[in-house]
Write a protein that binds this ligand. Structure first.
Ligand SMILES: O=C(O)CCC(=O)C(=O)O
Length: 222
């Protein structure tokens, strides 16, 4: 899976990220590499849940908004050697201005089934103990559109504070949260977005007939 790395974020992109708390990364991964990543994603979901991503409505009685598989790289070791792994570290090191050796990274599979509801507003920091220095590279394996459940970000929310979150089902939900100023980030195959662990974000419902799959590479500055 390894190939020569491509360009790092420019100074302008890094400045946008520091001001806004998120950034889109067009062409982070070549579209041809997505098929291999999608195969690894499907295998990890199948191993973790006993079901494939296209087994519509097969994840229990009620259709979940999101099926999450934590640490798929433990099930599919080739992920750790993939270009996404090296690209994620490279991008994070530039954006957080640290050497790559200081980054601790882990993966997530996020599967939003066809018909799945919204991923509610939250800050990833609600899921982890402090210090809250780090972020997530989010790479969709199906086009992420307004219809399929792309991410929406609240610009500037990464300056904090960590909002109160209520645990609803499997999700921490930021409350109260006014999403009026949200910016939607639709992504084509090969594009990714990156956000900090304090950036308030959500994903819309999936109104398409296909699942919306995404890998997240979550990095903390050690
Ligand atoms: O994929 C989703 O619906 C949610 C992803 C998310 O919240 C994240 O990557 O932090």
């Amino acid at each position: 899976m390894n190939e020569a790395p491509s360009a790092s974020p420019t100074a302008e992109e890094a400045a946008f990220f520091r001001a806004s708390g998120f950034l889109t990364l067009p062409g982070l991964i070549r579209p041809g590499e997505i098929a291999e990543l999608a195969e690894a994603f499907d295998a990890a979901v199948r191993q973790a849940t006993g079901r494939g991503p296209r087994d519509a409505g097969a994840f229990g009685g009620e259709l979940p908004a999101l099926v999450t598989v934590v640490s798929p790289e433990a099930r599919i070791p080739s992920l750790g050697a993939s270009r996404l792994a090296s690209q994620a570290r490279r991008v994070m090191a530039v954006l957080f201005e640290v050497p790559e050796e200081r980054l601790l990274c882990g993966w997530r599979c996020f599967l939003k089934p066809s018909g799945g509801g919204e991923t509610p507003w939250h800050q990833d920091a609600a899921y982890r103990p402090p210090p809250h220095r780090g972020g997530t590279i989010w790479l969709p394996l199906d086009p992420a559109t307004l219809e399929s459940g792309c991410l929406d970000y609240l610009p500037g929310s990464h300056r904090g504070p960590l909002l109160p979150h209520a645990l609803r089902g499997h999700h921490y939900v930021a409350e109260p949260c006014d999403g009026d100023a949200a910016v939607s980030c639709p992504l084509s195959l090969g594009d990714a977005s990156v956000h900090t662990c304090l950036t308030v974000h959500r994903a819309g419902p999936n109104r398409t007939a296909r699942p919306r799959r995404a890998f997240a590479v979550v990095c903390q500055v050690a």
